[in-house]
Design a protein around this ligand. Structure first.
Ligand code: ATP
Length: 288
């Protein structure tokens, strides 16, 4: 039997880094949602214990460095499974972009193998396991608008977002997340976005308040190294996006537009400045 799991990209509507734990992990407070730019993860089970990853992307490792491989190995070990898996990743999400592509592939593997190996683990169990792979994996197991706190493991699902469009612009730069996280200046004044206000805005379905509650603590750090991020954000706003900011540790910049005609205009205009531009929408019903 073969199954295909969708692995959607995420964006951070707001992202705050609160402090660093003694073990080096960060304490997060962020609001994430998933959009309809997705990888497809094809999974089948094998009789040997082997985990085999293939992909149509030329940019990805297919050995134990691949987060999808790590997810399969971890679940196999923790669930005491003697079968293996074949995993093929059809990559559509740009790599090292701040869109959580690797984490979403890993989460898709956890959900898919849970079904194929008939483990009956809950999403909460899979999310808990996924934290060992990357801090974005627990969120990606749900891939549904949520407040994410702790080390990335405390997921509070939020109601459906009011309707809007998202333009994603990925500049020609790959950002190393660990390198950005190492340089968060916790001893200095950081820009802390109003996360509680974002949560309230979402609960009230208040698009205007969502716009005014956005913010990403990491944006100042990444844009200092990649000045094109600031330019893209300015262009996005100049072309009419209702608001724009960087996602995750970057470098992708996203713009929100309530109207489709406006989003199309922003999308077409951004294509003149940026090699990779996408016009997407938040997933209406999560993965359902
Ligand atoms: P995040 O915002 O969670 O840090 P990102 O979107 O910036 O993630 P990814 O696309 O997940 O970045 O890739 C980050 C690193 O992970 C890259 O160096 C890439 O080689 C590695 N990686 C391992 N497995 C995958 C995968 N299945 N898809 C994408 N990248 C992967």
């Amino acid at each position: 039997m073969e199954i295909t799991e969708r692995a959607p990209a995420k964006i951070n509507l707001s992202l705050d880094a609160l402090f660093q734990h003694a073990d080096g992990e960060h304490e997060w407070k962020m609001v994430m949602t998933s959009v309809d730019l997705t990888d497809y993860v094809e999974l089948s089970t094998t009789t040997s214990r082997q985990i085999k990853v293939t992909t149509d992307s030329g940019f990805l490792p297919v050995d134990q460095r691949n987060l999808a491989f790590q997810a399969a190995r971890l679940l196999q070990r923790k669930a005491g499974i003697t079968r293996g898996a074949r995993i093929h990743i059809r990559k559509q999400i740009p790599v090292a972009a701040g869109l959580g592509g690797g984490s979403s592939d890993a989460a898709a593997v956890l959900r898919g193998l849970n079904r194929l190996w008939q483990l009956n683990w809950s999403l909460a169990d899979l999310a808990h396991l996924g934290l060992a792979i990357d801090s974005d994996v627990p969120y990606c197991v749900y891939s549904q608008t949520a407040l994410v706190t702790g080390r990335g493991d405390e997921i509070t699902l939020l109601p459906k977002l009011p309707p809007f469009w998202v333009v994603l612009a990925k500049p020609n730069a790959s950002v190393s997340t660990p390198s950005i996280l190492r340089s968060i200046p916790y001893d200095q004044q950081l820009n802390h976005p109003p996360i509680e206000q974002m949560v309230t805005a979402i609960k009230q379905g208040n698009y205007e308040q969502i716009l005014t509650s956005m913010g990403n603590t990491l944006e100042a750090i990444t844009s200092q190294r990649y000045p094109q991020i600031k330019q893209l954000r300015q262009k996005m706003q100049q072309f009419g996006a209702d608001a724009a900011q960087m996602s995750g540790s970057g470098p992708t910049v996203f713009g929100l537009c309530a109207k489709y005609s406006r989003a199309q205009h922003v999308f077409n205009s951004m294509k003149g400045f940026c090699p990779e531009v996408y016009l997407v929408r938040p997933l209406l019903n999560g993965l359902n």
